[in-house]
Design a protein around this ligand. Structure first.
Ligand code: NDP
Ligand code: 2IT
Length: 447
């Protein structure tokens, strides 16, 4: 089996050797899915995984815009249309200086499995730009978004490819992107999700990824007759996913002690309560400030520059910032401090070595493609409401989100339960996600 997996990975490496994040994502899937393929004749010998690692289409384009000082800026835009066997391409847009083809291909590849797990008919895609929104004025953000959409519009559509937000793309950016799409197409359609509430957005979509990550952790804890009440929670990031993971943890009776950004993390021994979280939301979403400013407002808290929060004592860890932000030594620190549950809000935040440490210790560990799927699932619910030209209540959407997270958890149990009863959520999510897409690909022939 090892040779079969190695043979496959060597081939993928030969073609994509300069894309480390993409190779990392493929390796994790190959190690769990290839043994399953070998045991199941219907999938064996059909090069299904080889077809799945090749994007159906990779679009790269120039984005020119003028900054506030009159300088012409040139950025690179991308859309990766990875797999549309079970539905139109669906996935976020990331604006961050680190964006390149490797990062977007890993995200698009993960998205295929994640979207399959949601139970909704959505294929996988991802896009974005190396544009850095930090320090840009609202007008610069608008001009960039308009320039970006003036090319992207010809490649997307409500039945073709439906982008949404990700790092650096929130409701403000979705607004500017939607405005230009509507103008260029002369159509008001559900072509983007994460829209504002007065122009087609779904209630609960802003909260969905963070809430879903916590709902998934709740499902995991339930297998041990446990819950969030009285637990200490460590969270990384302070953006969309982190904020709502914190909010839901508080609502379930936990104490949240950390948040972070790329400059460092804050630790608040007294707990980040609802009032303090409101301050963080204003600081990050309206003032676009840095998390270090928290300690000026709450001097009991401490800011540690350049570090991540994983060495603080906790019961539950929710990595909600970015890929490869939790390493082997961090995993070991979490384990020796008594952490019992890790639910990934970000995409691929734990390195391969960190995941191995969690599995060895047999704690509850959920990979992002299962635990953060609530965001895209609620995007799917936004698409449904747009098609129906209808709007569900907050409660209706939240209940559907809870049901979807419970269904994903069930799928992980079905495909990931080991002989000793330990649930390998990585294996479960990869195989469950694979089966649905593979069945659709087989039914549709070699295309
Ligand atoms: P935001 O842009 O709202 O927030 C990102 C947060 O992560 C910020 O606090 C940011 O800090 C921090 N961050 C970004 N890059 C780094 C880095 N290199 N090192 C340390 N911290 C970093 O993005 P989201 O909250 O939407 O996304 C967070 C994660 O969740 C990403 O992995 C994303 O792919 C994933 N995700 C998002 C979904 C969504 O619906 N939005 C759905 C599913 C997954 P700083 O301000 O310093 O950059
Ligand atoms: O990684 C993700 O799942 C997202 N950024 C959300 C994608 C979406 O289409 O809502």
């Amino acid at each position: 089996m090892k040779d079969t997996i190695k043979g496959f990975l060597d081939l993928v490496k030969e073609r994509n050797g300069h894309e480390p994040e993409f190779l990392q994502a493929v390796e994790e899937v190959a190690e769990t899915v290839i043994p399953y393929i070998v045991q199941h004749d219907i999938y064996y010998g059909k090069n299904i995984l080889l077809r799945m690692v090749e994007p159906e289409r990779l679009i790269s384009f120039r984005v020119c815009w003028v900054d506030d000082s009159g300088e012409i800026q040139v950025n690179r835009g991308y859309r990766i249309q990875m797999n549309s066997a079970i539905g139109p391409y669906k996935g976020g847009l990331r604006f961050h200086p680190t964006v390149n083809a490797s990062i977007l291909k890993f995200l698009a590849f993960e998205q295929v499995f994640k979207n399959s797990l949601t139970t909704l008919p959505m294929g996988g895609g991802k896009g974005g730009s190396d544009f850095d929104p930090k320090g840009k004025s609202d007008n610069e953000i608008m001009r960039f978004c308009h320039a970006f959409m003036s090319e992207l519009f010809r490649h997307i559509g409500p039945n073709t490819d439906i982008p949404a937000g990700d790092i650096g793309v929130g409701q403000r950016e979705i607004g500017f992107l939607f405005g230009m799409y509507r103008k260029m197409r002369n159509e008001f359609t559900g072509v983007l999700t994460g829209k504002g509430m007065t122009w087609g957005g779904s209630l609960i979509r802003p909260e969905a990824t963070g809430y879903g990550t916590v709902y998934f952790a709740e499902n995991m804890l339930k297998t041990k007759n446990d819950n969030f009440k009285g637990k200490t929670v460590v969270i990384s990031g302070s953006g969309n996913v982190a904020q709502y993971a914190a909010e839901k943890s508080l609502q379930l009776g936990a104490k949240v002690v950390t948040l972070s950004d790329s400059s460092g993390y804050i630790f608040d021994e007294d707990g980040i309560d609802e009032e303090k979280l409101k301050f963080v939301m204003q600081l990050k979403n309206e003032k676009r400030g840095r998390i270090s400013e928290y300690v000026k407002e709450y001097p009991n808290a401490k800011f540690t520059k350049g570090k991540t929060p994983w060495h603080e004592i906790c019961d539950i860890a929710l990595p909600c910032a970015t890929q490869n932000e939790l390493h082997e030594d961090d995993a070991n620190a979490l384990l020796s401090n008594g952490c019992i549950c890790v639910s990934e809000g970000a995409n691929m935040p734990s390195t391969k070595e960190a995941i191995t440490a969690f599995h060895k210790a047999k704690i509850l560990f959920a990979p992002g493609k299962a635990s953060n799927a609530g965001g895209v699932a609620t995007s799917g619910l936004e698409m449904t409401q747009n098609s129906l030209r209808y709007k569900w209540t907050r409660e209706e959407v939240d209940n559907k989100l809870k049901d979807i997270m419970a269904d994903i958890h069930k799928s992980c149990i079905e495909y990931g339960t080991e002989e000793d009863g330990y649930i390998d959520y990585v294996k479960g999510a990869n195989i469950a996600g694979f089966v649905k897409v593979a069945d659709a690909m087989l039914a549709q022939g070699i295309v």
